[in-house]
Design a protein around this ligand. Structure first.
Ligand code: HEC
Length: 117
């Protein structure tokens, strides 16, 4: 009788803990981190061409590659947060800033650790 009680208790705890860890997993599903290839490459090609994309005829610092974008990310974020007309503002000579959500992607990529893939 005692044996059954112990087995029953063990079985019950296993069930409880199994459920417990399942709910935890579901609740803590991590948001995928941004990466250069998935989130930055196209964004930069769309917004910083032609000047920074050699294949488009750009002759400014090339931002068609992970290494340069990673190396310059602080300066990139600084410049896209300036206002049109301010010295150093990017995208150069445009009269409007990038959208808040686009600027947020640059910052989130940095916060996520500047991943390539
Ligand atoms: C119409 C052309 C043009 C576009 C579009 C443009 N830039 Fe530039 N960019 C320039 C020029 C010209 C310079 C050099 C003058 C200067 O430093 O302000 C420059 C310089 C820079 C620099 C400094 C590079 C260095 O060598 O230190 C950064 C960073 C930069 N741009 C970021 C960007 C980003 C990010 C975008 C897109 C959101 C962008 N630019 C779009 C023309 C452009």
């Amino acid at each position: 009788m005692k044996k059954f009680f112990i087995l029953g208790t063990i079985a019950a705890s296993v069930l409880v803990f199994a459920n417990c860890s399942n709910t935890k997993k579901a609740a803590a599903t991590p948001v995928p981190k941004l990466s250069y290839e998935a989130n930055m490459q196209t964004l930069i090609a769309d917004n910083c061409a032609p000047c920074h994309i050699p294949a488009k005829g750009g002759n400014k610092r090339a931002y068609d590659n992970f290494a340069n974008v990673k190396a310059d990310i602080d300066e990139i974020i600084r410049r896209i947060e300036l206002n049109p007309g301010e010295r150093g503002f990017m995208p150069f000579r445009k009269t409007t800033k990038l959208s808040d959500s686009t600027i947020a992607v640059f910052k989130q990529w940095k916060a996520d650790g500047l991943l390539e893939k």
